[in-house]
Design a protein around this ligand. Structure first.
Ligand code: 2PG
Ligand code: MG
Length: 417
């Protein structure tokens, strides 16, 4: 490969959608091309995620500043990639990994490393004069993903009494991405109207979904079915449901789960039984983190019971890490992986997890974080890697809509290619 070399790397401490600091990196190439990237940040983070470096200085942003991470970009990381070809993502990423030298990127920060990794890829695409989605993953089949839209928020993403973190809708049998987006937006508005009519809160949570207080989590599912009907669609056939329970947040001692808000206690067997009941009663086709991140036995049980009839997505379980995914495949824990580049810290490692999942016929869902920015890199990446599914929140709030709007653009570009 011969391409333009990296000349300079910059960093900026910016804000994410929760008003917390995060990083932007810029990469300038010798041919004058440039790329930038912002990194997102989670709330329900898995313990096995790569390390997000924060300053811890209580005088600034309650300790959440990323000035040190920015310095790491400008210093050791910039030195590590100087003179490398931006188009050679693997080499760039390996140089970043080596410069850090720790297994979980705790020395220089996965946020610092990812910002440079993604910005460098963007610069490489710019230098090649190509759209990012077309340039990334050469040789792979480009596929527009089906959106999984989180239209009702609970758990760690909302200050309401709902335990399940994300209630999502999935358009089915649509002819285009734009058509699916329209359906989902219509259902979202129908849900808002129903909540207002019932005097329930129509304020939104971190990912733009409504965040009302409800009598139970099942009531949220009932509301979604109603909203789908109100928008003129058949639940299950035209719009299906998906959940992210984020159950790592429910894990207590001795394998007993306790819902964080409702305080319901369940053994892993009871929890598996509960998800079985939900799947019986509602058209839920995908369940993410139905067991906690280290409950491999619970995941196996869930997969034995429900793996044949629905997608079981590991988020905190796999943390976009090919090593953990390999273990999951060996132990038959789950049948799909959530992909969040900042869980692992480089583009190349992200793609390694995607490729491993695809090679085994597992489902792949590209994902945003609950703390996001206007950067829509994951939209391009989802298409480039042919993930097939994306979750990027509600069709509301610009940091969420940026991803969907980018996919509309890509759909347009595909039409004229
Ligand atoms: C999740 C994500 C994104 P967070 O659990 O899947 O929806 O949330 O970024 O808070 O980990
Ligand atoms: Mg999740």
């Amino acid at each position: 490969m011969s391409g333009a070399k990296i000349k300079a790397v910059t960093a900026l401490e910016i804000l994410d959608s929760r008003g917390n600091p995060t990083l932007r990196a810029g990469v300038l190439l010798e041919d004058g091309s440039a790329g930038w990237a912002n990194v997102p940040s989670g709330a329900s983070t898995g313990v096995h995620e790569a390390h997000e470096l924060r300053d811890g200085d209580r005088e600034r942003y309650g300790g959440k500043g990323v000035r040190q991470a920015a310095e790491n970009v400008r210093g050791p990381l910039a030195r590590a990639v100087a003179g490398l070809e931006a188009g050679d993502c693997r080499r760039v990423d390996q140089a970043l990994i080596d410069a850090d030298g720790t297994p979980n990127k705790s020395r220089l920060g996965a946020n610092a490393i990812l910002a440079v990794s993604l910005a460098s890829a963007r610069a490489g695409a710019a230098s090649a004069g190509q759209s990012l989605w077309r340039w990334l993953c050469p040789g792979s089949k480009k596929v527009l993903p089906v959106p999984m839209m989180n239209i009702l928020n609970g758990g760690a993403h909302a200050a309401n009494n709902v335990d399940i973190q994300e209630f999502m809708i999935i358009p089915r049998g649509v002819g285009s991405f734009g058509e699916g987006l329209r359906r989902c937006a219509e259902v979202y508005h129908a849900l808002g109207a129903i909540l207002r009519e019932r005097g329930l809160g129509s304020g939104v949570g971190d990912e733009g979904g409504f965040a009302p207080n409800l009598g139970s989590d099942e009531e949220a599912l009932e509301l979604l079915l109603r909203a789908i009907g109100r928008a003129g669609y058949r639940p299950g056939e035209e719009i299906a449901l998906a959940l992210d329970a984020a159950v790592s947040e429910w894990a207590g001692e001795d394998g007993v789960y306790r819902t964080p808000k409702g305080g319901k206690r369940r053994s892993r067997e009871e929890l598996a039984g509960y998800w079985g009941e939900i799947a019986e009663r509602y058209p839920v086709v995908s369940l993410e983190d139905g067991m906690a991140e280290d409950d491999w036995g619970g995941w196996q049980l869930l997969t034995q019971r429900l793996g044949g009839r629905m997608q079981l997505v590991g988020d905190d379980l796999f943390v976009t890490n090919a090593g953990r995914l390999e273990r999951g495949m060996g132990e038959k824990a789950g049948n799909a992986i959530l992909i969040k580049p900042n869980q692992v810290g480089t583009l190349s490692e992200t793609l390694a997890a995607v490729e491993m999942a695809q090679g085994a016929g597992w489902g792949v869902v590209m994902s945003h974080r609950s703390g996001e920015t206007e950067d829509a890199f994951i939209a391009d990446l989802a298409v480039a890697a042919g993930c097939g599914q994306i979750k990027a929140g509600a069709p509301c709030r610009s940091e969420r809509v940026a991803k969907y709007n980018r996919l509309l653009e890509i759909e347009g570009e595909m039409g004229i290619s």
